[in-house]
Every structure is written in C-alpha cells, then in structure tokens.
Ligand binder design. Structure first.
Ligand code: UDP
Length: 384
C-alpha cells in the first residue's frame, strides 16, 4: 500500500480546495514521494510541516497570473512551459508517475512526457466550461489529456461529464472524491464554540456559515440577499478573495452596508479553524451560482453535524439527497435559500435528522482512508 513514488506538481501555493486535498494526498505519500510547486507560499510551509519533500521552481509572474479564462495570449507562455517541463521531467526521473494538481501544472507535465518523464495523471478538479476556461485553454488541455495523460482523476462525475463534453476521452476518467478526517470535527469542544459566539457577541442567535473564498460565482451575495428576509439570523463569511477579486469584495461590503443587515454579517477572512467555526453554526450553506466541481465545504458541514443547504448543481448533487442528508436550492435563487434556512431553523427535529444523516453519509463515503485507497487504485491502473 502506498508504495508508488509520485511527483505531485501544482502551479500555486495558495490554499484553495485543490491544495487542501493535495496536502492530504502528499502527506499520505510522504515516505516515497515529493511535490514540485511553481511558486512559494502557504502550501509549501504546510507540506513541510507534514514531512513532505517539497521543492519550488518559481515560474514567472506573467505565467502565474495567466488566467484560465484568457485567450490566445496564453500561447505566448509556451517557451516557459517547455523550460518548466524539463524541470518536471528531471524531478520525476526516479518516480512511477507524475500527478498534476492543476491545469497549468498539467500542461507542463504533459510536455514533460516528450522529455522522457514517467506516466502523467491529470488530477482534474475543475468543471471545464466556458465560464471558467477560454475555448483555447479548454482545447489545449483536452488535446494534451487525450494525447499524453495515462489517466484523468476527476473529483466528481460532474467534472468527468464536463471533461467528456469538452472532447475528453471518457475511458481516461476515474472518479476519486475528496477525503476528510472526521476527528477534526469530532474533537471540537463546547468551550471552543462558545468562545466564538462570545467573540462575535451574538448570544444564542441562529448562525449561518458560508465558507468559501470571496468570488462572484461562490455566491456570497445570494446569502446576503436571503438574509434580508431573516431578521433574527447572523451570518459568518469565512474566506478571502484568493485570486484578485477585490472588486467583488467591495460590492459585497456595499450590499451588507444597509440598516436591515447591520451587525448581522461577520467577516472572518481566511481561517484555519474551519471545524470550530462550522460547529459554532446552526447550519452551513453553499451558494455557488455555477456548478461546483466537488464542494468540500458541503462534506465538511455534514461532518460538523450541521444541516447543509447547497446549490443544486455539479458535484453537490452527488453529495446531497434533498431533504434527507441536506437540502438543495436552485442556484442563484435567494428567496428559495431564505425559505430553506427558515424551515430548518423553525424545525429543530428536521434540522437534527438532516445533520445526523449527513454526518453518517459523509463518514461512510468520504473517509480519508477510503479515498486514499481509491486514489491508489487509480494510480495503479496507470501503470498497466
Ligand atoms: N477554507 C479554509 N479557510 C477558509 C475558507 C475555506 O480552510 O477561510 C477551506 C474549506 O474548509 C474547504 C476549502 O477551503 O476545505 C474550499 O474547498 P471547496 O471545494 O469548497 O472550494 P474551492 O476553493 O476548491 O473552490
């Protein structure tokens, strides 16, 4: 078990969901494997703390800032991609496989196969649609995957479907969901949650948590809109704008700056104590306006034994059975969201049954150890 020697590559060291998942995988393979990042940052530090062998080969600012939604200008970075491909190939010379954790790192890894690298696996964690990826970028990525990837590990069936719809070969896809350690949630104490409530000065008021980077498609504005119809409820917005979306943050602040929401929206920024904060909430919401590839926060909310309400699209549909282990609402529909929140707050036994069933399902389906076994299987298939 876990004998493979893997080179994990990622272009970013900023802690998004993909990087949190990579942290779990690379930690499990720390004895044999290593990680190559194209920038320095929190991910490198966290990997090091976990005893993972990690190196940074810094890419140029121009390449790091290239937007996946950008057009033909991304082709200008080919010489640099080729240089990094050489670096990836050298770093992987004693490995069984390269696992690329992002689209940019996958492109370099695919090029590395032309430079004698081991098999390349793309760990695809994005829904390849026009909303997030330009046509050129989708075409290039799918062409390289079809031609050079030994496997595409996808984080949900929704991600797989979008890959195939963009022209990707279905037989390359293997679904491996994100895995979680439930202990992080189980060990949270009443004292810790009481402390948060007292810091927020909210007494026993109903508290709704939204845990996500601040970004238009993550839909924080939908929750603020819904909150106008819920006069007793407080909200914590946990996360910051990770990829330069300051304009959206200003819009959100304006939206919150109305008398009816006064003192009820709490901006907590990026936090490392998500389990404690989730446990403090009465319920957790996920409000993406676009299909979410997986939706880590949904499973985390279930592990915190809270009712979760999520937008009915993408990976969320694979995690939540409406009215059974959570609730779904139509993406962008703030009225439906406010009604769903009110229903759960007004009916404690319904809330409890959603929370308990969600907890059981999340523990059963997304335990880190089980997911690591699926990952190992996906890697093994690549070798044959
Ligand atoms: N998260 C965090 N601190 C924050 C906000 C979010 O650690 O302040 C974590 C959250 O717990 C989750 C991840 O970031 O594990 C976000 O993953 P998700 O799949 O929900 O969205 P992504 O960032 O991948 O789009």
């Amino acid at each position: 078990m876990r004998q493979h020697k893997i080179l994990f590559v990622d272009h970013t060291a900023v802690m998004g969901g993909a990087e949190l998942s990579l942290l779990d995988l690379a930690t499990a393979y720390a004895a044999t494997s290593k990680v190559l990042l194209f920038e320095d940052g929190t991910l490198r530090k966290r990997l090091k703390q976990q005893g993972v062998n990690v190196e940074v080969d810094r890419a140029s600012e121009a390449m790091l800032k290239l937007k996946a939604s950008g057009g033909l200008n991304s082709l200008a970075s080919i010489p640099e991609l080729w240089r990094i491909a050489g670096r990836v190939s050298r770093a992987a010379s004693d490995c069984d496989a390269i696992v690329a954790n992002s689209q940019k790192s996958f492109v370099t890894a695919a090029l590395a196969t032309l430079r004698n690298s081991p098999p390349v696996i793309w760990h695809l964690r994005d829904i390849l649609t026009a909303r997030h990826f330009s046509r050129v970028n989708r075409r290039v990525a799918v062409f390289l995957a079809n031609r050079f990837a030994s496997r595409v590990i996808v984080n949900s069936h929704a991600t797989a479907r979008a890959f195939v719809a963009a022209g990707g070969r279905k037989e390359l896809c293997q679904v491996v969901y994100n895995g979680f350690k439930s202990e992080k949630f189980d060990l949270v104490t009443k004292d810790e949650t009481m402390r948060v409530r007292s810091q927020l000065s909210i007494g026993n008021a109903p508290l709704v948590g939204l845990f996500s980077r601040l970004s238009y498609w993550k839909g924080q504005h939908i929750l603020l809109e819904a909150l106008k119809k819920l006069p007793e409820v407080h909200v914590i917005l946990v996360g910051e704008a990770l990829f330069g979306e300051q304009e959206y943050v200003s819009q959100l602040k304006e939206l919150a700056n109305v008398p009816e929401l006064a003192q009820r929206v709490h901006w907590l920024g990026f936090r490392d104590d998500v389990p404690i904060l989730m446990k403090t909430c009465n319920l957790v919401v996920h409000t993406s306006t676009e299909p979410e590839p997986f939706g880590r926060v949904i499973v985390e909310g279930q592990l915190a034994q809270k009712p979760v309400i999520a937008s009915a699209a993408g990976g969320a549909l694979e995690l939540i059975e409406d009215g059974v282990n959570g609730c779904l609402f139509s993406p962008g529909d703030s009225l439906a969201l406010s009604e769903s929140i009110a229903k759960i707050i007004d009916d404690p036994s319904f809330a409890e049954s959603l929370a308990q069933r969600g907890y059981q399902d999340a523990k059963q389906n997304f335990a880190l150890e089980t997911i690591l076994q699926s990952f190992e299987k996906a890697i093994s298939l690549t070798k044959s």
